[in-house]
Design a protein around this ligand. Structure first.
Ligand code: CO
Length: 216
């Protein structure tokens, strides 16, 4: 059973939704009929589940423009069926031109990975972030302030996830056939709402041959 307060906060969402839908139609009567017909987004967004980083709001885009996948700390893990299904659908069927991995400063998932605290099941997820730390330990530990170390790991983690996308047969097959999508690594600042563009990877960029499939 839900308490009265919980129920009313959820009911508020339904009320907001009714108001939003009628406002949208007032402004643009064809809005829903147009959107319901077809989905042709140009971007796949892989972001953190953090409630403060909504993909469409921070990029000023509308429904229909971004295909979205979010998880704790914007990870690309090769055993994650959810991510792989989203990636394959976005690349093979929607034919997105850009994939954006967007992390954010102050990310709680990355922060957790820097501690020795036991989070039970979540340990298995954030262990992947610990591996990024281990790979770049010198660069991260070179920072003297704990906050700078965290932010450096957040940036390096985004770059590592860009690389993880490039390691998939899904992306490599599309690179070979279509020379797209390009993959972008971004970090969003909760402080001022500004996105920092960290890196871009395209079919032209070097990928360690260890990860290259030559029989796609
Ligand atoms: Co986060």
């Amino acid at each position: 059973m839900k308490s009265k307060q919980q129920l009313s906060s959820v009911e508020k969402l339904i009320e907001n939704n009714k108001k939003w839908a009628s406002d949208v139609v007032k402004e643009d009567p064809e809005y829903f009929s147009r959107l319901a017909e077809v989905q042709k987004p140009e971007f796949l967004w892989i972001g953190c589940s953090d409630s403060r980083v909504p993909a469409d709001r921070v990029t000023g885009t509308q429904p229909g423009e971004i295909f979205v996948h979010r998880n704790i700390a914007n990870m690309v893990i090769h055993t994650d069926m959810n991510l792989l299904a989203v990636l394959e659908y976005a690349v093979d069927h929607l034919k997105v031109k850009h994939i954006i991995v967007c992390g954010h400063y102050g990310c709680g998932g990355v922060k957790a990975a820097m501690t020795r605290h036991n989070y039970d099941l979540i340990n298995k997820w954030i262990r992947n972030i610990k591996d990024v730390y281990r790979t770049h330990r010198d660069t991260i530990d070179y920072q003297t302030k704990p906050e700078d170390r965290l932010n450096k790991l957040i940036e390096l983690n985004v770059q590592e996830q860009v690389l993880n996308l490039a390691k998939t047969s899904i992306v490599q097959r599309s690179w070979k056939a279509n020379q797209s999508p390009s993959i972008h690594g971004w970090v969003y600042s909760l402080q001022d709402g500004i996105i920092k563009d960290l890196c871009t990877m395209t079919h032209k960029d070097y990928l360690d041959p260890l990860y290259e499939f030559d029989d796609l």
